[in-house]
Design a protein around this ligand. Structure first.
Ligand SMILES: O=C(O)c1[nH]c(=O)[nH]c(=O)c1Cl
Length: 309
């Protein structure tokens, strides 16, 4: 079996990649993903200026997943663009993802205009779902603002663009959000970002410093929510808008389920943070074993073919 995939006209030898925020802060981490079994990588979400992020401790692993309130620490847009342009020379056959968001609407437009005017020829992932910047709401929970933002963006941005979404929890919200996204020539949507503002306690204390311990939840806790969002949008969106599945992927079986729900690419966050880039080879082999056993040659043989009772 092969786990190769495509997003629009971009082909990838493997349908696995990191989730933004994990193993993607600097060149060293990104190089490790390039040299792993992953099919591609996405950068840490970049802002116009570099950011130190929230006070530590701001990330904590638990038996069933993770909690984080990083606060968008990153080396700044130019650092990642420079590296991506260098990779276009050293790895001309590969396509990479550039995650970004502005701290204001004006900054977001400034960033995307810089991408549009640059020689970057990969895919841009606009992060509409960071839950950890105090005072900043998750943009994609405000569908009116999201529609206005995308309308303005697509008036000048002509390169491949997708959006990273927070989980939705109401069927009506799936309907309303899908109606917005179907208005735009998006390359993909990525479901889901961490479930925002969870709380993990050990003994009598929170485990992270920012926001009195409130942070985004990842790992096993969120797979049912992630699968539901992948499938809900798969059923509602124009087939030209691909789905990237993120959330709760520990094994090949978890990845199989994301693809069954409609995902064309699968991102790994918490598991990658815990296990390191070797996780890509393990999970890829586990998925191939499942496909071989079931007689599926490519992921298109079962993508989106979730059975109902
Ligand atoms: O706190 C973060 O940096 C962060 N943490 C997340 O779990 N998701 C995001 O999109 C971001 Cl931007």
């Amino acid at each position: 079996a092969t786990t190769k995939t495509h997003i629009g006209n971009f082909k990838f030898e493997n349908c696995f990649m990191n989730a933004a925020g994990v193993y993607c802060y600097d060149r060293n981490e990104l190089e490790q993903v390039i040299n792993s079994a992953a099919g591609t990588f996405v950068t840490k979400t970049a802002t116009l200026q570099s950011r130190p992020g929230n006070p530590e401790p701001r990330y904590h692993d638990t038996a069933l997943g993770s909690i984080n309130s990083m606060g968008l620490p990153n080396l700044g847009f130019d650092y990642y663009l420079d590296y991506l342009l260098e990779l276009q020379k050293t790895h001309p056959d590969r396509t990479f993802f550039f995650s970004l968001v502005g701290m204001s609407t004006e900054d977001t437009h400034a960033l995307l205009k810089k991408v549009q005017e640059s020689d970057f020829n990969g895919i841009t992932e606009l992060n509409l779902s960071c839950p950890n910047v105090p005072g900043k709401p998750q943009i994609a929970y405000d569908l009116e603002t999201t529609e206005k933002l995308l309308t303005d963006i697509f008036s000048y941005f002509k390169k491949p663009l997708g959006v990273k979404l927070p989980p939705y929890f109401d069927i009506v919200h799936f309907d309303q959000a899908a109606a917005v996204f179907n208005k735009f020539p998006l390359s993909f949507i990525n479901c889901v970002n961490s479930i925002g503002n969870g709380l993990v306690i050990e003994d009598e204390s929170v485990v992270i410093k920012p926001k009195n311990g409130f942070g985004g939840i990842g790992g096993e806790y969120i797979k049912p929510t992630a699968l539901a969002n992948v499938h809900a949008f798969y059923k509602r969106l124009n087939p030209s808008i691909k789905i990237i599945g993120t959330g709760g992927v520990l094994t090949g079986q978890d990845a199989f389920e994301h693809i069954l729900c409609g995902a064309s690419m699968v991102q790994i966050g918490t598991t990658l943070h815990k296990e390191g880039p070797a996780a890509f080879e393990r999970i890829t082999n586990e998925l191939k074993a499942i496909m071989d056993k079931k007689g599926y040659k490519t992921i298109e043989d079962f993508r989106g073919k979730l059975k109902y009772l």
